[in-house]
Design a binder for this molecule. Structure first.
Ligand SMILES: Cc1cc2nc3c(=O)[nH]c(=O)nc-3n(C[C@H](O)[C@H](O)[C@H](O)COP(=O)(O)O)c2cc1C
Length: 168
């Protein structure tokens, strides 16, 4: 094993990103709706589970995000879990483009949140339960109120690239 702890006591942003980039994740698009009906969404890999009872997940969003601002207003958000064929959607929702013009979407039946029905194999609607600001990010804790889930292969992300599920 190669040791890369060259600066004990001081880890810069690049080093930290390299560390966390070595921790593979799935990829989701977190969405919400503005007061005037405008859809908002961004690509996110910081999803994790918090508790089962009540069913609660968390995502960490950069505090300057417009999507974060819209979620703090609406107090509701959806987590769209992308399948392995949705790399393009993942890129679109991390780019400064007209994101909702580039991928098909429709409102979820219950809360009317943006659902990427072609690119997501599962969508969870959440009520914003709690927030926590830490450094340059804000943690959003969402209590899951509905889940729509099909069986499909998730998109993976790690080492700064998308990848396929081993064996598929
Ligand atoms: C694979 C991947 C994962 C990402 N994960 C996060 C994340 O967990 N939190 C976050 O704030 N941004 C994340 N980003 C970056 C945002 O998608 C990107 O900065 C986006 O432009 C933010 O949109 P906004 O400026 O409209 O809020 C990720 C990007 C990619 C490609």
């Amino acid at each position: 094993m190669t040791t890369v702890d060259r600066h004990p006591g001081h880890v810069d942003a690049a080093e930290y990103r390299t560390l966390m980039g070595a921790f593979p994740t799935g990829v989701v698009v977190v969405t919400t709706t503005g007061e005037d009906g405008t859809p908002y969404g961004l690509t996110c890999s910081s999803l994790s589970s918090v508790t089962v009872r009540p069913p609660t997940l968390q995502v960490s969003l950069t505090s300057t995000s417009q999507v974060l601002a819209a979620i703090l207003e609406n107090r509701r958000f959806a987590v769209n879990l992308l399948h392995a064929r949705a790399r393009e959607a993942a890129s679109v929702f991390a780019s400064p483009t007209d994101r909702f013009a580039a991928v098909p979407w429709r409102p979820t039946p219950r809360l009317g949140l943006p659902w990427l029905h072609r690119d997501a194999f599962a969508v969870a609607e959440c009520r914003l339960a709690r927030t926590l600001e830490i450094g340059d990010h804000t943690l959003l804790f969402g209590e899951v109120s509905t889940v729509d889930h099909a069986d499909d292969v998730p998109l993976l992300y790690g080492r700064r690239q998308y990848s396929a599920w081993p064996g598929d």
